[in-house]
Design a protein around this ligand. Structure first.
Ligand SMILES: [Zn+2]
Length: 97
């Protein structure tokens, strides 16, 4: 069910975060979603019974953030792939003689 809010209300509503950006009904993926999406930070605020819940604590994280989550954890955790340099003594420049 699409969010049906008074256009004047939509004009007043703003993101509760520091950006205070205007909100848009639905999401980019689902225009009929019962959420308001911030046009700046992308947080999604649920609309319960036609009442937008503009609380940061209640907001859903931006879709972009979810999409950017790394799926290949192994590739991002270099443990054994780290180049080990055993026994490469640097020329004695520090405290030699
Ligand atoms: Zn925002």
């Amino acid at each position: 069910m699409a969010v049906q809010l008074d256009p004047q209300l939509m004009d007043i509503l703003a993101c509760p975060t520091e950006d205070h950006a205007p909100l848009r009904a639905g999401t980019s993926d689902d225009p009929d979603a019962d959420v308001l999406t911030c046009t700046a930070c992308g947080r999604r605020y649920p609309v319960l019974d036609g009442i937008p819940v503009l609380l940061i604590e209640e907001a859903l994280p931006p879709l972009d953030a979810v999409a950017l989550a790394p799926l290949d954890d192994e590739a991002s955790t270099p443990d054994t792939a780290a180049p080990a340099r055993p026994g490469t003594p640097a020329p004695g420049t520090d405290g030699g003689a």
